[in-house]
Design a protein around this ligand. Structure first.
Ligand code: PMP
Length: 409
């Protein structure tokens, strides 16, 4: 694979030129939100300047144009993840809303006492809290597939938990804390062998590796626009058409109905049945542009770049001697992020010292509190990479560790 031309990619991100206190920003908080290239910003401003109107196929030219753009964005997403068509692509606000949509539409209606919801110990709160609360309401049980000492899932434990009582297996594709790339096809196969559904949280996978929902055979798959060079305010829930046809909507209103009387209502076609109200139209246009932009670079090359940077960061941090790194060593089992702690320094203090060097990292529990409890720490510092990051930026982050040691020892 040909390496990325990072220098020319960076030119498409003016924000990376920002300086604070005379130092250029080193942006390593991409697992939270990625930066947005000019192509995406331009697509959205062009939309507002030239095509803005409400969708749902109004009679006038602008509404028809906006409707086509909005519908085509669904087609583009379907093509990108190899879904069968726009019927399988529901636009939401973000991954969190995609999780909630399924949990309310399917979980609240279908789960019963005795049913098991199988999660992993490395789930993001978006999935963990959602299923936990729906389980409380329905009387279902929640069980968690163990994470082993290397930060990988204990697949023997997975085989124990995914039995005929399992109703759904909901697993994160790439952990936003450990960086672990999980065997989601295997988990999906296990779910299907026992008549359970599979839901994959792809928030940290779709941005930086080729994802083929048909190959994984996931029943449902979710991700966010703002972590893949796209805008905030739009997320995706993919679902197999035959399953979505059966599901009750979870939000009601205009644009999603077929027939309404004072007594009752019937639902419109997929995916509109799950998209009531005025949807994120400009954001859909932006997501479409982001996918074009990413595929222009090539998802294989993006994955290789991120794996390489994560492995480099892992090795550099490990060589420091006093850094504890969570999750698998660099390689195909790790996505483009590294979470760590340094002896004697709180993660928040470390992130704040890094910020003094204009190195942007995240400190906290990264919405995986139970996982941090298991790791025996309240928080960790996380560096996460994207297409525009370089080894030199990793070096700057590692150099800041010395300041932290001096201040806190
Ligand atoms: N799942 C994972 C694995 C994530 O990393 C995130 C974002 N941190 C989410 C879900 C939630 O994404 P959003 O905030 O866009 O809803």
């Amino acid at each position: 694979l040909e390496a990325l031309d990072v220098e020319s990619i960076r030119e498409e991100f003016p924000i990376l030129e920002r300086e604070f206190d005379g130092q250029q920003v080193v942006y390593l908080d991409n697992a939270a939100t990625t930066q947005t290239p000019d192509a995406v910003v331009d697509a959205m401003s062009d939309y507002y300047r030239e095509s803005n109107a409400n969708v749902h196929r109004g009679i006038h030219h602008l509404s028809q144009e906006a409707s086509i753009l909005y519908e085509e964005a669904h087609d583009r997403v379907a093509e990108f993840i190899n879904a069968d068509g726009r019927e399988e692509i529901i636009f939401t606000k973000n991954t969190t809303e995609s999780e909630n949509l399924l949990a309310y539409s399917w979980g609240l209606n279908e789960l019963e006492p005795g049913d098991r919801v199988v999660l992993t110990e490395m789930e993001h709160h978006a999935s963990l809290v959602t299923w936990q609360q729906i389980a409380h309401q329905t009387g279902a049980d929640v069980e968690y597939i163990r994470v082993d000492d290397t930060g990988r899932l204990d697949m023997d434990h997975a085989r124990e938990l995914i039995d005929d009582d399992a109703a759904i297996v909901s697993a994160v594709h790439v952990s936003n804390t450990l960086g672990t790339v999980n065997p989601v096809s295997e988990l999906t196969d296990l779910a299907h062998e026992h008549g359970a559904l599979s839901f994959i949280d792809g928030a940290q996978a779709v941005p930086n590796r080729p994802v083929d929902v048909e190959e994984i055979d996931a029943d449902f798959y979710a991700f966010s626009g703002h972590k893949m060079a796209g805008p905030t305010g739009i997320g995706v829930l993919y679902g197999k058409q035959e399953l979505l046809e059966e599901l009750q909507p979870y939000l009601y209103g205009g644009g999603m109905i077929r027939k309404v009387t004072f007594e009752d209502s019937t639902w419109g076609d997929l995916p509109w049945k799950f998209e009531p109200g005025t949807p994120p139209i400009a954001e859909a246009v932006g997501l479409h542009a982001a996918i074009d932009w990413l595929e222009d670079i090539g998802m294989d090359r993006i994955r290789a770049h991120e794996e390489e940077l994560a492995a480099y960061a892992y090795d550099r941090l490990e060589a420091e001697g006093d850094v504890e790194i969570y999750g698998p060593e660099g390689g195909p089992d790790r996505g483009g992020l590294v979470s760590f702690n340094i002896d004697g320094v709180h993660a928040h203090d470390l992130a704040s010292i890094m910020n003094d060097h204009t190195v942007a990292v995240r400190a906290g529990d990264h919405c995986t509190q139970p996982l941090h409890d298991k790791l025996g720490v309240a928080a960790s510092t996380r560096a996460s990479f994207y297409v525009y990051n370089t080894r030199e930026e990793v070096d700057k982050m590692v150099a800041a560790l010395d300041d932290a040691r001096q201040l806190f020892s």
